[in-house]
Ligand binder design. Sequence first.
Ligand code: DUT
Length: 243
Amino acid sequence: GRQGCQIDFENVSFAYEGASGDPVLKNISFTCLPGETIGIIGSTGSGKSSLVSLIPRFYDTSAGTIRVDGVDIGKLDPAKLRDQIAIVPQKSILFSGTIEENLRWGNEHATLDEIIQAAKMAEAHGFITSFPEGYETMLGQRGVNLSGGQKQRLSIARALVRKPDVLILDDCTSALDTTTETNIKESLKSFASGVTCLLIAQRITSVMDADKIIVMDDGEIVGIGTHEMLMKSCRVYVEIFQS
Ligand code: DUT
């Protein structure tokens, strides 16, 4: 695998172009050390997806600075930056083609062995091999119909095939049962030792064992810490826990 990156946000604010009113992100500062897993939690619309979309520069900040390994990302080659970062989006994007082709997307040089290894870590190998055509199974209009959870596992596998330095999972385990989710997180720990991981979730149980958890509320960070710390000190976190 590759090495994890350090990510620093320093007083970052962000508004979508043409949007009126309050910025979507206000004065965001945090540090994610190489190899750390950071959970991000907060109500819908609090800015979690917007926050992570700034890291590969899908959008540029309105104010403040984001650094990857100490370098202002505004000064990095976007293609190189994006090559280091894999985002698994909330809605999986699979195309018409075989499962193998879908998993290789983003890393054309991956071998079938590497693809199988990634699929195993994402708990997808079992259902893939249950299809008569296995990795040659066609997806899309003329292909098999996958459940939401199966699509999520393929999206996670695809990200792992890319062997990123930074892995961002944007609420992409919501359709999985907790056992499958736990198994994937366990495999990620071995794969991702050294990989910096940002994990957006709705459920506290999905982020509880992260190195630290960022609590978002209305575009602001209202708490950063471990589960134990936040349970004692962060009202919004406790409210999410109790809901
Ligand atoms: N927003 C836009 N344009 C976009 C995306 C989002 O205006 O292209 C707004 C909607 C919302 C705010 O930004 O008011 C934050 O949205 P975001 O998707 O970042 O929030 P979230 O915390 O990720 O919400 P969810 O848990 O529903 O995904």
